[in-house]
Ligand binder design. Structure first.
Ligand code: SF4
Length: 252
C-alpha cells in the first residue's frame, strides 16, 4: 500500500525511499526535451495537466516577449488559432490587449480549416504530408490529445513511434512515485497499478483504437479504411475531389 499525504482538499501519494532511488537511477538528460520534462515531472501530461504546452511552448514565447518589452518594444503576438478548432478557442478574439505593451492578433480566428488549406493551395503551399495520412493535428508524434482514429493511423503507418512511446512509458514510470505512467491518461476504476498500466499502456490503447464505439468490438471496416494503402485525411484532403487536386499538384 502506498503512503499518502493530505494536500489541500485531497490526498497525494508520498515518495518512498525506494521510489526515489528508482527515479534517480534513470533520471539523466535524454536529449529529448519532452521526455526530460516527463521524467522530471514523474508523469506524462494530460488534457487537464497540459504542462508540455506550457513548459515547451508558452513559457518560452512569453519569456522572449518579456525581453522585447523590457527593451522598450511594443509586442504584437500573431497567433494562428481558429474559433472552430476547439471549445477553448470558440470565444477567441481577433485582436486583444493582453497587458501593457503586449497584444495578440489572430488573423485566422474566423476561418475554417478548409479555408486555410484552400488559401495555402492558392499560394502554392503544400500541406504537411501528415494531414494526408489521417492526422488531425501536427505537433508531437503522437500528441497526448490524439483521438482514436489518429492513434490507429499512427500505429498503422508509423509503428516505430508507438514502440518509442512504450520505451518512454517504462522510463517515465520509473521516475514516478507510483512506479508507472501511461502516455495516454484516462480514468480507471482499479487501484492496482499493474491493472491500470495493463489497460492504459500505449499498446493497449492502440488495440482499443481498432475497436468500434464502446471499445469492445473490432471495427473491421475502419481497419480496412485506415490501412497504409488507404488515404484518410481528417480534413477531407483525400476525399475524391481533394485527392484529385492533391495528386494534380503533387501533394500526395
Ligand atoms: S503537440 Fe500535444 S503532446 Fe505535444 S506539446 Fe502540444 S499538447 Fe503536448
Amino acid at each position: 500500500m502506498q503512503k499518502t499525504v493530505t494536500v489541500g482538499g485531497g490526498r497525494r501519494v508520498r515518495w518512498s525511499n525506494k521510489a526515489k532511488r528508482r527515479a534517480l537511477a534513470v533520471m539523466y538528460p535524454s536529449g529529448n526535451p519532452f521526455l526530460d520534462l516527463c521524467m522530471w515531472k514523474g508523469r506524462f501530461p494530460a488534457r487537464k495537466a497540459q504542462f508540455c504546452t506550457e513548459e515547451l511552448k508558452t513559457n518560452m514565447a512569453v519569456a522572449f516577449q518579456l525581453n522585447l518589452m523590457e527593451a522598450g518594444h511594443r509586442v504584437v503576438s500573431w497567433q494562428g488559432v481558429r474559433r472552430d478548432e476547439s471549445e477553448n478557442r470558440k470565444n477567441a478574439r481577433l485582436f486583444e490587449r493582453i497587458g501593457r505593451g503586449l497584444y495578440a492578433f489572430r488573423p485566422l480566428v474566423e476561418w475554417t480549416a478548409a479555408q486555410v488549406f484552400a488559401r495555402c493551395r492558392s499560394a502554392g503551399m503544400r500541406p504537411n504530408p501528415l494531414y494526408l495520412q489521417g492526422m488531425g493535428r501536427v505537433g508531437c508524434m503522437p500528441c497526448i490529445n490524439c483521438n482514436k482514429s489518429e492513434l490507429r493511423a499512427i500505429a498503422a503507418r508509423f509503428p516505430a513511434h508507438p514502440a518509442r512511446i512504450a520505451e518512454w512509458e517504462q522510463l517515465v514510470g520509473q521516475c514516478s512515485k507510483r512506479g508507472y505512467s501511461t502516455f495516454m491518461a484516462d480514468a480507471h476504476p482499479a487501484k492496482d497499478r499493474r491493472v491500470v498500466f495493463a489497460d492504459l499502456n500505449i499498446w493497449a490503447r492502440i488495440e482499443w483504437s481498432k475497436t468500434s464505439r464502446g471499445g469492445r468490438q473490432f471495427n473491421l471496416l475502419d481497419e480496412e479504411e485506415n490501412s497504409t494503402q488507404g488515404c484518410s485525411s481528417s480534413y477531407g484532403l483525400c476525399d475524391q475531389g481533394g485527392l484529385a487536386v492533391a495528386l494534380e499538384e503533387g501533394f500526395a
